[in-house]
Design a protein around this ligand. Structure first.
Ligand SMILES: CC(=O)[C@@H](O)[C@H](O)COP(=O)(O)O
Ligand SMILES: NCC(=O)COP(=O)(O)O
Length: 239
């Protein structure tokens, strides 16, 4: 199991004042020096946090896994092919959303991904991951497309209003992880994870490889510093 830190909100803080700091690439270096296995960033179409120049700096400075999260627009596909990250995680993106609100709807996007997106990215050597809800039908369709990995959307689990709902979502995540693994794909997970819910997820869901954590980790680092915060997450993951 590996921790990938999402540094989007280092850029949010930088952009709040239009200064050049804090620099997401510096944050990435601190995270990796503290033991993170890699870095995630989401280049949004509206460039609300990460900007194009950040992407190229991250490519230059990140030594471990670089996970480029993006919508499947032609513009993003071109940037991704130019940057050549290890992993491209395709996510749905809404202009008005505060953050990603759910997984891709495979039935809706299947033909477009089959005819346009996968042919454009295949052959580039970049692994393709699809951000999905823990839904067997979506997972089967992702497998039919030839996805290398699935990132399970953990937001519904993380934001569950009560224990019963959380337990049900954990069961869905656990069954989905088994299915992904049995189909020969890599099981990744992320969204809304924090120091409280991460141990519960890890206890219940097998086969997890990359876990991406952003907003809660960067928020905690305001109080603890980035190095200590990354190390606290790693303690949970390495138990
Ligand atoms: C895919 C996912 O759940 C998150 O990584 C999210 O896409 C990050 O984007 P924001 O940092 O804009 O919330
Ligand atoms: N892919 C999920 C991610 O990168 C981090 O999401 P969050 O912790 O900011 O919700």
């Amino acid at each position: 199991m590996q921790l990938l830190v999402n540094i989007d909100h280092v850029a949010t803080l930088r952009n709040a004042r239009g200064e050049g700091y804090p620099d997401p690439a510096d944050a990435a270096t601190v995270c990796e020096q503290a033991g993170a296995s890699g870095i995630v960033f989401h280049l949004r179409r509206d460039r609300r946090h990460i900007r194009d120049e950040d992407v190229y700096r991250l490519k230059k400075f990140v030594k471990g896994t670089l996970d480029f999260e993006m919508s499947a627009s032609d513009e993003m596909i071109e940037i991704c092919k130019d940057v050549e990250p290890h992993l491209c995680t395709l996510v749905p993106e809404g202009r008005e959303e505060l953050t990603t609100e759910g997984g891709l709807d495979m039935k809706v996007i299947f033909n477009d991904f089959k005819n346009r997106v996968f042919p454009a990215l295949h052959g580039s050597g970049i692994k393709i991951s699809l951000f999905l809800d823990p839904n067997p039908e979506d997972i089967e369709l992702a497998h039919n497309l030839g996805a290398d990995a699935i990132e399970l959307h953990t937001g519904t689990f993380a934001n569950a209003p009560d224990e019963d709902t959380q337990q049900k979502e954990l069961e869905r995540l656990s069954e989905a992880a088994e299915l992904i693994h049995n189909l020969g794909m890599i099981v990744n997970a992320g969204h809304g994870l924090n120091l409280q819910n991460l141990p519960i997820l890890i206890d219940h869901v097998n086969h997890l490889e990359d876990i991406s954590i952003g907003h809660a980790l960067i928020s905690k680092s305001v109080f603890w510093g980035l190095e200590r915060t990354v190390k606290e997450y790693l303690k949970i993951m390495n138990k």
